[in-house]
Write a protein that binds this ligand. Structure first.
Ligand code: PLP
Length: 349
């Protein structure tokens, strides 16, 4: 019996390293770019980079925003860091100073990056984004040729270097992803026709990188599988297991309900009622969740001092965050990224 008296998120450094290695081996020669948005999917940027410090082959990170990119840069001065969201002018300046690679998904953003690079005498390293159907960010196919022409002109003047062409897949169906891949291929042809020969092409995140080898580019943006988070509706991935495990203490036993010390203030949504958690006697359903605690159906011998595994590897088998998330129609990482600082983080080997 362990004596966790507050909810604890245990983070396994060796599991993180194994996951990254398993993904790398499976997707080679496409390289892993580890996605670190949302504070490394709730695992913490500092902890995650520390846990992977021995992995000499992992030299590429994706940050989403410039601030996160700067945090990565501070810890990994030599790594390649890709910040893909549209940023304001101040952030662009800081990104160029810190040698971040920028994702460019609109003509307007391209113009701002070019003007700041020119004004500061810094060359920008950019990845041009084609919208292949997600309509979130990215240049529409009908505008692509003109956009590429602007980028090519800036490259000829030495203001920037196009090091990548990229997009993001919906991963809703294979057919849609195939169509997106066709749009992507045409965009790449057009870029080459205009004299841009990017060293990088990237289209896929975890699921498509793993299951759709024909869609992989030179690099794959890997978030969920690195942290051991299964895709919604997806099977388990060989060699990939959850890095994070959330446990909470039993605070009281009242008839057929066991009171467990985790609830809304820790980031557990009340809509998780009905989901199963791991007890010393196996899976039991959550029957209620309030701000500071939840009730779980009792088990034989339930006692204060027991602990319950909300997700992750536990003494009684594994409950993954994705199974919880599926109950409330979200993705596994959202269960983890919602956890608040009231949950204690414990680093383990
Ligand atoms: C989050 C994100 C990824 C990583 O996705 P996973 O499914 O977690 O691997 C890759 N690319 C972009 C643009 C993202 O926003």
């Amino acid at each position: 019996m362990d004596d966790v008296m507050m909810p604890t998120l245990s983070l396994s450094a060796s599991q993180l390293a194994r996951n990254v290695a398993a993904v790398r081996e499976h997707i080679a020669p496409s390289a892993v770019m580890l996605a670190m948005k949302d504070d490394a999917y709730g695992h913490g940027i500092d902890w995650t980079l520390g846990a992977l410090a021995q992995d000499a082959a992992l030299v590429r990170f994706g940050s989403f925003d410039v601030d996160t990119g700067l945090r990565i840069r501070a810890i990994r001065p030599d790594a390649r860091v890709f910040a893909w969201t549209t940023s304001d002018d101040e952030e662009i300046g800081a990104a160029l100073d810190a040698r971040l690679e920028l994702g460019i998904g609109s003509s307007e953003y391209l113009r701002r990056v070019v003007s700041i690079a020119r004004a500061t005498g810094r060359s920008a390293a950019v990845h041009l984004k084609i919208d292949t159907g997600l309509h979130r960010n990215g240049v529409r196919p009908e505008d692509w040729a003109a956009f590429v022409a602007d980028a090519a002109a800036a490259q000829r003047k030495g203001i920037l270097t196009v090091i990548g062409v990229w997009s993001h897949l919906a991963e809703a169906s294979d057919a849609e992803d195939d169509e997106a891949a066709a749009v992507f291929a045409r965009a790449l042809d057009e870029a080459r026709r205009q004299g841009i020969t990017p060293e990088d092409t990237h289209l896929t995140a975890s699921a498509a990188s793993w299951w759709r080898p024909e869609l992989r580019g030179t690099v794959s943006r890997i978030g969920a599988f690195g942290y051991g988070i299964r895709s919604a509706d997806g099977p388990e991935i060989p060699g990939v297991r959850p890095v994070a495990s959330l446990r909470a203490p039993v605070l009281g036993v009242h008839g057929d309900a066991v009171e467990v010390g985790i609830g809304g203030v820790h980031g557990l949504p009340s809509t998780l009622v009905g989901a199963s958690v791991g007890t010393p006697q196996g899976a039991r359903p959550i029957t209620a969740i309030d701000d500071i605690r939840m009730s779980v159906a009792t088990w034989a011998g339930a006692a204060i001092g027991d602990s319950v595994t909300v997700f992750g590897p536990g003494d009684q088998g594994e409950f993954d965050a994705t199974a919880l998330a599926e109950r409330i129609d979200t993705v596994g990482e959202e269960i983890i990224t919602r956890l608040t600082p009231a949950v204690k983080r414990v680093a383990t080997r």
